[in-house]
Design a protein around this ligand. Structure first.
Ligand code: 13P
Length: 255
C-alpha cells in the first residue's frame, strides 16, 4: 500500500487572508500519516510557500505554461517561476483547463514536460465526460490522455509524478462513481502503466477526484489503487478538509 496524498485544488476561490488562515489551521491540526498539498490561486502562492515553508505542506500551481525559459507570452507563468517562489507541485490537464481553455492532450503533455524540466512534480489530471462514459469510451479516453504524456516524457517522471483520475461528471456535482467504478478505472490506469513499463508502473500514485467529502473519503480510500484524493470544494475550509486528511491517515500503510 502506498502512503496517501491529499491535494486541495482551490480553483478560483479565496482571498489573501483566507489562504493564510486556512493553511495555518491545516498545518496545526493535520495528522502526519498522510501527505498534504494545496493548489492556491497564483497570487497567493509565493507568500503561502514562504510563510508555511516549515509546515510540511506542499504547494503547487493550478496550471503552468508549456513554454520553457522566458518569452513574450502574456499572462503565462513558467514552471521555473513557480519553482522560484517555492512551489514543488503543479496541476496539469485539469478538466476545467481542457474544457474552458481547449487544452489538447499534446499541450498538456508539453506542460507536463515543462514542469518536470523545472524540477516540479506534476499532477496529471485525466478523466472522461458524461457523454464519453455513456458511449462506452471511458477507457479509451484515459488511455489517450495518458499516452500523450508517456509519448513525450516516458515513464521515468511518473515515479514521482502523480495521476489524478477525475471523472468530469463527478466534479462539483455531488455525484460520485461507485467504489467498483472507481476501482475499475484506477485499475485500468495502473494496468496501462504496467503493460507499457512493467512493474515500475506499480510505483505511480493515482488519486481520485470528484465530489470527495469527509463523509465518503474512507470508502473511497479503501478502494484498491486509490492512493489519495484531489479535492475541490471540500478543500476550502479546514472543517471540510481535515476529515478527508484524517481518513487518509487512518488508511496509512504500517511503518
Ligand atoms: P470537487 O471536489 O469540488 O468535486 O472538485 C474536484 C476537482 O476538480 C479537484 O481538482
Amino acid at each position: 500500500m502506498r502512503r496517501k496524498l491529499i491535494a486541495g485544488n482551490w480553483k478560483m476561490h479565496g482571498s489573501r487572508s483566507m489562504a493564510d488562515a486556512l493553511v495555518g489551521e491545516i498545518a496545526a491540526q493535520r495528522p502526519q500519516d498522510a501527505d498534504v498539498l494545496v493548489f492556491p490561486p497564483f497570487p497567493y502562492l509565493a507568500s503561502l510557500a514562504a510563510r508555511h515553508a516549515a509546515s510540511g505542506i506542499g504547494f503547487g500551481g493550478q496550471d503552468v505554461s508549456a513554454h520553457q525559459g522566458q518569452g513574450a507570452y502574456t499572462g503565462e507563468v513558467s514552471a521555473a517561476m513557480l519553482a522560484d517562489v517555492g512551489a514543488q507541485w503543479v496541476l496539469v490537464g485539469h478538466s476545467e483547463r481542457r474544457q474552458y481553455h481547449h487544452e489538447s492532450d499534446e499541450l498538456v503533455a508539453l506542460k507536463f514536460a515543462a514542469a518536470c524540466a523545472a524540477g516540479l512534480t506534476p499532477v496529471l489530471c485525466v478523466g472522461e465526460t458524461l457523454q464519453e462514459r455513456d458511449t462506452g469510451q471511458t477507457e479509451k479516453v484515459l488511455a489517450r490522455q495518458l499516452d500523450a504524456v508517456l509519448a513525450i516524457s516516458g515513464i521515468a517522471p511518473f515515479y514521482t509524478a502523480v495521476i489524478a483520475y477525475e471523472p468530469v461528471w463527478a466534479i462539483g456535482t455531488g455525484k460520485v462513481p461507485t467504489s467498483q467504478e472507481i476501482g475499475d478505472m484506477h485499475g485500468a490506469v495502473r494496468h496501462r502503466l504496467i503493460a507499457r513499463y512493467g512493474q515500475e508502473g506499480e510505483k505511480v500514485r493515482i488519486l481520485y477526484g470528484g465530489s470527495v467529502k469527509g463523509s465518503n473519503a474512507a470508502e473511497i480510500f479503501a478502494v484498491p489503487d486509490v492512493d489519495g484524493a484531489l479535492v475541490g470544494g471540500a478543500s476550502l475550509t479546514a472543517a471540510d478538509f481535515l476529515p478527508i486528511i484524517e481518513a487518509a491517515a487512518a488508511n496509512a500503510p504500517a511503518e
